[in-house]
Ligand binder design. Structure first.
Ligand code: GUN
Ligand code: ZN
Length: 357
């Protein structure tokens, strides 16, 4: 029998027992335990205490330093690390000139695996231990990511990008093959260790009606799958969606009509929404991944966190690299503060930390 691996970390423990609210400095749910020991056995937290642990615990002491929960990046692209900060105009040209070329390189499984290791190592270096990740349209990019995440024991939710129009031919799939590829990935990886599969239409403009219907079918077959996509990020994009789906009341309704609005749906951005959309998101229990550094870099707009909160919509934090300029959520947090400040509002450091963890 091998003995358990026991690690004891000493420092100032800060975490949350409830949502601390947006702007109350002494909001509820903040748990601060200075000078405490965090006991970790075989990779799991088993206790937090003021008294030092026994001699059989390997001690790591960090007096005066904060010990925080791992960051959770709820929207990031594993194939866009090498286009961070790429110069361009707004979203749609940036995709064409920078994101799509970078993603095409992931057709090579060796490149995909090397870059996935680099990507996840960088996330860990920035304190991010869990992430919802968009790789590329290539099944090998998802295999590579899951393999690299599993090797590190990371919590990763990801899926094969679905895109069958309005993209370079090398990045377009077909409904029937894409469905089979997704099914094979689900069987192999969904629920394997800490990994989970997300049905991942890139965004409405790059999916045909038939493909969105297929995405809904995958979800009906395995209802506990996640959904991740982009929503109402940029005004030009929103107008384009209106032209492509003239019968839908709103951008969000395009996804809802195909069964993609669920309690496990994560919508990146959600800047250009109305009250009816926010109500729908709240009723479904879906969440918005707010990605301030990307919204500022691409000039997409200012996300209305207060309105989302007032409507009861859960908001988490995404880096959205490569639209976002850093994989660090610590660096991304001040962006969320500044976006709200431009709206004449202030959010607390606790609100920022809570959304990032
Ligand atoms: N909308 C569709 N694809 C993308 C992407 O790769 N990045 C961002 N920021 N928005 C998108
Ligand atoms: Zn994105």
């Amino acid at each position: 029998m091998t003995s358990a691996r026991r690690i004891a970390l000493f420092g100032d423990l800060l975490d949350f027992t409830a949502d601390p609210g947006l702007d109350a400095p002494d909001g509820p749910g903040v748990r601060f335990r200075p000078g405490h020991w965090l006991l970790v056995e075989d990779g799991r937290i088993v206790a937090a205490q003021a008294a030092p642990p026994g001699e059989d615990w390997q001690r790591h002491e960090h007096p005066g330093r904060l010990i925080l929960p791992g960051f959770v990046d709820t929207h990031v692209h594993s194939a866009q690390v090498d286009v961070i900060g790429a110069w361009g105009a707004q979203l749609l040209d940036w995709l064409e000139n920078h994101a799509f070329p970078a993603e095409q390189r992931f057709a090579d499984p060796v490149h995909a695996l090397q870059m996935s290791h680099l990507f996840l190592q960088s996330l860990l270096a920035h304190g991010t231990t869990a992430a919802c990740v968009m790789p590329t349209v290539h099944p090998a990019s998802v295999e590579a990511l899951f393999e690299a995440a599993h090797a590190r024991g990371m919590r990763v939710i990801a899926g094969k990008l679905l895109m069958d129009r309005h993209a370079p031919p090398a990045l377009c799939d077909e409904v029937e093959t894409a469905e089979k590829e997704c099914q094979a990935l689900i069987e192999r990886w969904h629920g394997h260790g800490r990994l989970a599969f997300a049905v991942t239409p890139r965004f409405a403009p790059t999916s045909s009606e038939a493909q969105l219907a297929m995405a809904g079918r995958l979800l009906r077959r395995v209802p506990e799958l996640y959904v991740q996509t982009h929503l109402a990020e940029n005004l030009e994009e929103v107008h384009w969606v209106r032209q492509l789906f003239p019968a839908a009341r709103s951008y969000l309704e395009v996804y809802a009509e195909h069964g993609l609005l669920t309690a496990r749906s994560i919508f990146a951005h959600g800047i250009w929404l109305d009250e009816a959309d926010r109500r729908r998101l709240h009723e479904a229990g879906a969440q918005i991944a707010h990605c301030p550094s990307s919204n500022l870099f691409l000039g997409s707009g200012r996300f209305d966190w207060s309105a989302a909160r007032a409507a009861g919509v859960a908001v988490s934090r995404g880096s959205d690299v490569g639209g976002g300029t850093s994989l660090s959520l610590r660096r991304t947090m001040p962006g969320a503060y500044k976006v709200q400040a431009l709206e004449g509002r202030r959010v607390t450091a606790f609100a920022l930390l809570h959304a990032a963890t």
